[in-house]
Design a protein around this ligand. Sequence first.
Ligand SMILES: [Zn+2]
Length: 54
Amino acid sequence: MKLFTFCSSCGHKFGRSGSGTETETKCPKCGAEIAYTVDKETVIVKIIKPSEKK
Ligand SMILES: [Zn+2]
Protein backbone atom coordinates (compact mmCIF):
# COMPACT_ATOMS: atom_id res chain seq x y z
CA MET A 1 0.00 0.00 0.00
CA LYS A 2 1.31 3.41 -0.96
CA LEU A 3 0.11 6.77 0.21
CA PHE A 4 0.48 10.21 -1.20
CA THR A 5 2.88 12.46 0.63
CA PHE A 6 2.54 16.18 0.32
CA CYS A 7 3.83 19.50 1.56
CA SER A 8 1.66 20.63 4.45
CA SER A 9 2.69 24.21 3.77
CA CYS A 10 1.44 24.59 0.20
CA GLY A 11 -0.17 21.25 -0.60
CA HIS A 12 2.33 20.26 -3.31
CA LYS A 13 2.34 16.51 -3.81
CA PHE A 14 5.72 14.79 -3.60
CA GLY A 15 4.51 11.42 -4.78
CA ARG A 16 3.67 8.09 -3.26
CA SER A 17 5.54 6.37 -0.48
CA GLY A 18 5.20 2.94 1.04
CA SER A 19 4.77 2.13 4.72
CA GLY A 20 7.90 2.60 6.78
CA THR A 21 9.18 5.51 4.72
CA GLU A 22 10.96 8.25 6.61
CA THR A 23 12.12 11.12 4.46
CA GLU A 24 13.29 14.67 4.78
CA THR A 25 12.95 16.79 1.70
CA LYS A 26 12.58 20.31 0.46
CA CYS A 27 9.42 21.32 -1.28
CA PRO A 28 10.26 22.33 -4.86
CA LYS A 29 7.29 24.64 -4.97
CA CYS A 30 7.44 26.71 -1.78
CA GLY A 31 10.91 25.85 -0.41
CA ALA A 32 9.76 24.62 2.98
CA GLU A 33 11.72 21.78 4.53
CA ILE A 34 9.46 18.87 5.25
CA ALA A 35 9.88 15.59 7.07
CA TYR A 36 7.34 12.87 6.49
CA THR A 37 6.82 9.43 7.87
CA VAL A 38 4.50 6.81 6.47
CA ASP A 39 3.20 4.41 9.09
CA LYS A 40 0.80 1.85 7.62
CA GLU A 41 -2.20 3.95 6.62
CA THR A 42 -1.13 7.23 8.14
CA VAL A 43 1.13 9.93 6.77
CA ILE A 44 2.70 12.22 9.35
CA VAL A 45 4.00 15.44 7.85
CA LYS A 46 6.14 17.85 9.83
CA ILE A 47 7.49 21.20 8.74
CA ILE A 48 11.15 21.49 9.75
CA LYS A 49 11.61 24.91 8.27
CA PRO A 50 8.70 26.96 6.95
CA SER A 51 8.66 28.46 3.51
CA GLU A 52 10.38 31.79 3.18
CA LYS A 53 8.08 32.82 0.37
CA LYS A 54 4.89 34.59 1.14
ZN1 LIG B 1 5.38 23.41 -0.40
